[in-house]
Design a protein around this ligand. Sequence first.
Ligand code: FES
Length: 574
Amino acid sequence: MSDKPPKFRSAHSYGKLDRDGFIHRSWMKAQGYPADAFDGRPVIGICNTWSEITPCNSHLREIADYVKRGVWEAGGLPLEFPAMSLGETQMRPTAMLFRNLLAMEVEESIRGNPLDGVVLLGGCDKTTPGQILGAASVDLPTIVISSGPMLNGKFKGRNIGSGTDVWKFSEAVRAGEMSQAEFMAAESGMSRSRGTCNTMGSASSFAAVSEALGVSLKYNATIPAVDANRQAMSHQTGRRIVELVREGKRLSHFLTREAFENAIRVHAAIGGSTNTVIHLLALAGRVGVNLTLQDFDDLAGTVPLLANIMPSGEYLMEDLHYAGGMPALMQAMGDLLHLDVETVGGQTLREQIAGAEIYNPAVIATPDQPFKQSSGIWVLRGNVAPDGAIIKPSAASPNLLQHRGKAVVFETIEDFKARIDDPALEVDASSVLVLKGCGPKGYPGMPEVGNMPLPQKLLAQGVTDMVRISDARMSGTAFGTVILHTSPETSIGGPLGLVETGDEIELDAVARTINVLVSDAELARRAALRPPEEFDTKRGYVALHRRHVLQAHVGADLDFLVGKSGDEVKRESH
Ligand code: FES
């Protein structure tokens, strides 16, 4: 050990022979590290969102062990540390409320510790976005490893998909087409292994987008969670992050505008979750890439649906992997992508996907014979969403994309739950269900309730879809003609809040418009009677969130977290 100028960031802590160096090293040696573990080698943080109450991430401590093998082998020092875990199916009022809290924790954990590079272990919907937002603001060399999808669900001899079939079965029970006993049996067959939802839900979508952004190794998105190949890929990631530190390539080196454009186009081709829109906008804000909501519509216009995966299609993530995974899908996309962008694997995207083949054309299509022409995210505007709203056309009913109907308004989700199955509710198949009070500030946290269940009496009549509109999000596993993320949200005066039951609503998704057919003068009169909500939250993180969260159309980040903090910490701890 010497006092020569630090090669890596960690040398500020581990490379000095003085009292500070003693303190930083000595306590670490309590864990049994030999002296040469601090010989100037790159220190790799393994940021782990393992948790038993995030079942999708509950195998990540084993995955961390494989990353460590690779780091040691490549001459680095791996140090695993925990980060807040956000179990999508467990946390209330919604895991999204805490995405930015996780991001803040990850940012300060990376910044405050003597790390030279980071491997992010996440998977469940908000864990990977929260981690990468935080990591992007510090901007060290970083690689993402996802949990990987769980095995295909099984029920009565057929495949069933996480979330997607929950919504279907739940409606079938309410329509009297499925018994309670069958419903319970399906519950045990749906989640057959650890890992993320086996549909193209929010977790799979962000994992796929991570591959398209070039921030994870190939096949990261699709290797099943329990497949030994995921362990091998994690081992290789451990090796590669050490090289990446030696090459000095930070996360921002890969997160370019071109990489985001690839992500948006791949997201369209896979029928990705609407949640990805919010996360990518927030991520672009962290790294200073100019990305807008409109880009999602503009950039994906020529991209058809190529992945036949639920909820837009029929198959599941395990099938997508066996069909060739993301490399085969991106290879099929060809010049729709910027193929010369660099990836963390050390190759260009072109090199990374070279030779990838489609093994099952029933699962991965080609642009000349796509599964559906309509893909991606359409951005709607109008007098109920002046800053935008979104719809996922591949998951909508084509006959409802242009529709006019009378609003049935619910002021809150509790109001909705109390009245939706009331036989006296005045609603028919042409009605437009409107839900308020579900935005980032108002709920708070913008829950996944936008795919409102249909009224029981209409289900019994055989109705399978209706136009629904709200300032909420919806699960990436969900489907329907659902307009989401209306911005600004109703609780801060967004004009969707002015809609009343009986108003006529006109949706023309093809023309990208959504309007309530009420005069401006009448809307102004109603606005004067409906001032923005005053939130009385005073305590802790929720108060901070409510004061600082931005609207959905710019990514719902906290305003003071946009941009970078960087990796430099000027003061010592003792
Ligand atoms: Fe965790 Fe779907 S609930 S990935």
